[in-house]
Design a protein around this ligand. Sequence first.
Ligand code: ADP
Ligand code: MG
Length: 595
Amino acid sequence: MPIRQLPDELINKIAAGEVVERPASVVKELVENAIDAGATRVRLTTAGGGLTLIRVEDDGVGMDEADLRLSVERHATSKLSADDLDDIRTLGFRGEALASIGAVSTLSVASRPAGAASGLRIEVDRGRKGEVHPQPMNRGTVVEVRELFGAVPARRKFMKSERSEGAAITDVVRRLAMANPEVHFVVEGADRSPLNWPGHSGEGALSARLMQVMGADFADNAVPLALSRHGVVVAGLAGLPTYSRANSLSQLYFVNGRSVRDKVLLGAVRAAYADFLFRDRFPAIALFLAIDPGEVDVNVHPAKAELRFRDAGAVRSAVIRSISEALAAAGFRAASTVADDVLQAFRVPEMAEVMPGEARGFAADVTSFSPRPMPAASGFAGFAEPSARFDPLPTSADAEAEFPLGVARAQMFENFIVAQSGESLLLVDQHAAHERLVYERFKAALAEGPVASQAHLIPVVVELTEDDCARLEAAAPTLERLGLYLERFGPRAVAVRETPALLGQADVTGLIRDLADGLAEWDDVAVLSDRLEAIIGRMACHGSVRSGRRLRIDEMNALLREMETTPHSGQCIHGRPTYVELKKRDIERLFGRTR
Ligand code: ADP
Ligand code: MG
């Protein structure tokens, strides 16, 4: 076949395939245009998940007749003045959206600029441009897209259900609304529940908008980000580690007001939370980055959802730093939803369950939040061994009010400290808390130089596989920095001479086995120094006051006081909460005392 120049109609259809993937991408382009036009109010109406109708109405600057005719042409844009792709300050710039949408739908664009007596309207029907007609309307622009992909049955087949297309549209609007808190957004249609987010201005605008979009729950369990460093400005809200999620859907990234997916940002957030979260948990975060437009290339993706930073290192370190600082400032705060979860676990027993001799029903219920199952009580035998310690303490209301984590009152099940602080009851997981304290002490000690060790009179010999021994031997110099001295002891054993003083009476065999497992997992000993924190994490686990150890009241109080002054002590190193707080009024709620 000879080469031929493709007709415009076909070119537009091909381009449409890139820009207009699904109804949500149309919504994105149209709402971005409204924002670029300086709208203060955007109203979106959809039908049939956007496949039947998408209508976007704005009160922006509008277009005169010449612009209106040009707007639906390919590569026609008002947003690139100096032919300079390095200084893009608008959301659009490619001049492709309206032309592409018009190629695969029935498109109508009506507009009335300031000063014009009335509006004008142009229609594009599956790539065929119509005439301009008068249209009575308010100032601004109304774009209607009907029967999207009606002429492209192949594409229509790929659409998901109306409901999931509708949900994708909502997601797009959410992101645009977050990035533009001053704009009033209204979303409506027979296919959805309506949204109405009035605009905000001034200082608290962003947090007010995040509250609307992400919900008060997130706002209550997040800390504000604020950092400006080497030309990178970070703002937003970072969720507390205890408020983590099982997937990354609650992570929203914005660069210069544009919602993006970006590996650099994702990686930086992951790194910032590495201390607190297991691999399979994801923090919730809304991160806003402002950076000189010349420092970022947004033209690497047709829908502009991806970008490239010129100095990824600077961006990464600014993001990590801002999150670390914010989380450290949050100190021992744990997620408030943790207490809610606890309340859910309590259940008022049904009448049948509290019948004499039928205590099992209640006991079974208790196991849903107790760390190990309790045997069903038979008679009073279950009470013969008290598992709670009471050390009545001279009550001092002052002391309670003074300490955020309160004053210890009792220890339950040899692991949970019961404390009272003002109007709150606190339950502290002593093992989890101590693990975090040891971890943080370790990190602080390491920053000062090699960690102090204590010698064992008789070296502890630990038997392992040959591979494990070899890996431990290779890691010995690194481990020595952490206060752990060991050497090879025959083909399948190592002898441990000294252990970190911080760990106290550690279970050396368990510790070494666990480290060997870790080394096998990480394997590449060359980068072991990057793994120091992971190694410390494993060590801290073994030095901890294991559950099952009785503590005196003064030991419990010492633990609480140390938690209050230790960063991140609201979560153990695996991201689980170290304590839960029940407000007096929550407890009253349990007993139906509230009205
Ligand atoms: P781009 O946004 O990349 O410039 P589009 O195809 O989305 O390309 O729009 C083409 C042009 O039409 C824009 O540059 C703008 O001048 C004009 N335009 C589109 N939508 C609107 C609107 N809602 N209000 C005012 N002008 C608009
Ligand atoms: Mg555009």
